[in-house]
Design a protein around this ligand. Structure first.
Ligand code: SF4
Length: 220
């Protein structure tokens, strides 16, 4: 019988060293998602980043490269950050869930992204909290509902609460910080051409608020 997943907690070392955390995450078996994925996709970016971007989970490309946001949604995110005046290299980029969840229609066939369950997101949250404790950012930008709900609770609605700076306090989070939510870049990519432009522009409005917030903090 498969043992019941207990979450990542027992795999997370008591460390604020991102290198150590990343290494430990490679052998995480905190939920069943490690079984079929290629590798753990841990966050990347400077340890003193003032901004942390949190997506949902790695996709097909990220599962292969081992780095977050390297696929098509990463391309869209790069464009959006660039236009919002945020340098991606200055941000720490990660996901709420560190293993790719997918369905494979046939042997060797294309792998289709599957949304992680709340149980899987909860199981993986200790890694996200450990990353936040290591980086101690001024602002967390949650890209999409999975990331936002992982940190703000299941009642959080991106549709109505996006683009606003919220206080982020969490059990296990050493220092309170702030959070702003926007949509996930893949949700923009999934739209029809006629709707995509407006959705991208709305995402930009949110990201510019994030850039403004960070800029304002810098001048305090
Ligand atoms: S998804 Fe997260 S909790 Fe589940 S095995 Fe991977 S790293 Fe561990």
């Amino acid at each position: 019988m498969t043992p019941r997943a207990l979450g990542a907690e027992r795999f997370v070392p008591p460390s604020e060293d991102l290198g150590r955390l990343r290494e430990a995450s490679e052998t995480c078996e905190g939920c069943d998602l490690f079984r079929d994925a290629t590798q753990t996709v841990f966050g990347t970016g400077p340890e003193n980043a003032r901004l942390v971007l949190v997506g949902e989970q790695p996709g097909d490309d990220e599962d292969k490269t081992g780095r977050p946001f390297t696929g098509p949604s990463g391309g869209l995110l790069d464009r959006a950050l660039d236009q919002a005046g945020i340098d991606r290299d200055d941000a720490y980029v990660t996901n709420a869930v560190k293993h790719f969840k997918f369905a494979q229609l046939q042997e060797g066939g294309r792998r289709i992204h599957k949304k992680p369950t709340r149980g899987e997101t909860t199981a993986c949250r200790p890694w996200l909290i450990a990353e936040l404790n290591a980086v101690r950012p001024e602002l967390v930008v949650a890209l999409g509902a999975t990331a936002a709900q992982s940190l703000m609770g299941p009642e959080f609605r991106v549709t109505t609460q996006r683009g606003i700076v919220h206080d982020l306090e969490f059990d296990g989070l050493d220092e309170s910080t702030s959070l702003l939510a926007t949509v996930h870049p893949s949700s923009v990519l999934r739209l029809r051409d006629s709707e995509r432009k407006a959705a991208f522009a709305e995402m930009l409005v949110d990201l510019r608020k994030a850039a403004e917030f960070i800029g304002a903090e810098q001048h305090h």
